[in-house]
Design a protein around this ligand. Structure first.
Ligand code: UT7
Length: 326
């Protein structure tokens, strides 16, 4: 077990809301299609000045405020994002700068939509190893700036937002009871952003070809997502010696209601125990799980002693399952 307690959580989303009806004015789609296939009704969309770090900094400041501490007293900032501010430096450093603090390590974990669970695992290991006492873990995304707004099969899915948690090492039996994380790099081409890195540097042609935007084989991702999330959750529960009956709350990555439902049914967790925010926010990649955690805590759905099963999948392909005891 990796012991830590959640001192505070926070979130930030851009003000502007875009409904399915708004998107239907841009591409050939409908509220009916998007609702039926994904469960998404609306998403928040950042303005020109807002980046992943802007939202991440707001969420982390919010989490620190609720934890009753100054951001300057964090021992590290670990950030999960697939829409970083820049190739380098890390979005963690941009967040630190945005908060006007310095000194503590700040870095990114790149695991797509599995990013928050990866970052939480890294931060929990740091606490257990004694690399700090209080760590800010952030998931932040401005996916709207890396999707192709002429591609109806992807632009309807994503949204912008950030969630954060401040975790502190402790002696009590709370924290991550178990986790199961992994990756299969051979599946990279089913969901990726091809250009702009050293594999395919930016040229006039890459821009013309739309290679700086999300490319996805939706059907293939769907199948792998259900399989990977279910297997990772089952493995995490088994290594904590728990069964689905012990789960108080299920927080799956919020990509598509049909994926979440398929996973929930395979795990045999009752529907009322699953947190679902995908209808209001869309897929905010690494930000969905921390925002779901924040909203669940705010709603009193994660009291002390809760057993929370979390699961995610993302570009890579990556996956992660984790069981949290609050
Ligand atoms: O965090 C990881 C991120 N990725 C995901 O979570 C994606 C996982 N995949 C999915 O969520 C689903 O595959 C989608 C929602 C992307 C697509 O749903 P689907 O049920 O797999 O549809 P499909 O790709 O099989 O497409 C069915 C039809 C196609 O038309 P034809 O070829 O049958 O005539 C598409 O062109 O639906 C069409 N289509 C749309 N129609 C209206 C695709 N997107 C849209 C759209 N509006 N937005």
């Amino acid at each position: 077990m990796k012991r830590f307690k959640i001192l505070g959580t926070g979130m930030a989303v851009p003000q502007r809301i875009m409904t399915n009806f708004d998107i239907a004015k841009l591409v050939d789609t409908s509220d009916e299609w998007v609702t039926e296939r994904t469960g998404i009704k609306q998403r928040h969309i950042a303005d020109a000045e807002t980046s992943s770090a802007t939202l991440g900094a707001r969420a982390l400041a919010n989490a620190c405020e609720r934890a009753g501490m100054q951001t300057a007293n964090l021992d590290a900032i670990v950030v999960a994002t697939s829409s970083p501010d820049t190739l380098f430096p890390s979005t963690g450093c941009w967040i630190q700068n945005e908060l006007g603090i310095r000194g503590m390590p700040a870095f990114d974990v790149a695991a797509g939509c599995s990013g928050f669970l990866y970052a939480l695992e890294v931060a929990a290991c740091m606490l257990v190893a004694g690399s700090g006492k209080r760590i800010g873990v952030v998931g932040c995304e401005v996916m709207s700036k890396v999707v192709d707004w002429t591609d109806r099969s992807t632009c309807v899915l994503f949204g912008d937002g950030a969630g954060a948690a401040v975790i502190e090492s402790c002696e009590q039996d709370v924290g991550l009871l178990s986790s199961n994380w992994g990756a299969d790099g051979s599946l990279a081409p089913i969901l990726y952003l091809p250009a702009g890195g050293t594999r395919t540097p930016a040229t006039e042609q890459t821009v013309k070809d739309g290679l700086h935007m999300v490319q996805m084989k939706g059907n293939t991702v769907f199948r792998h997502a259900v399989r990977a999330m279910t297997a990772a959750s089952k493995a995490a529960l088994a290594s904590a010696n728990l069964t689905a009956a012990d789960v108080d709350l299920l927080i799956p990555h919020q990509a598509n209601m049909r994926i979440m439902e398929a996973c929930r049914q395979r795990l045999d967790v009752p529907v009322e125990k699953m947190i679902s925010i995908v209808d209001r926010y869309g897929n905010m990649s690494a930000a969905t799980i921390p925002i779901a955690i924040h909203e669940a805590r705010e709603a009193g759905r994660m009291p002390d002693g809760s057993t929370v099963a979390m699961a995610a999948f993302g570009t890579g392909l990556t996956w992660a399952g984790a069981v949290l005891r609050t």
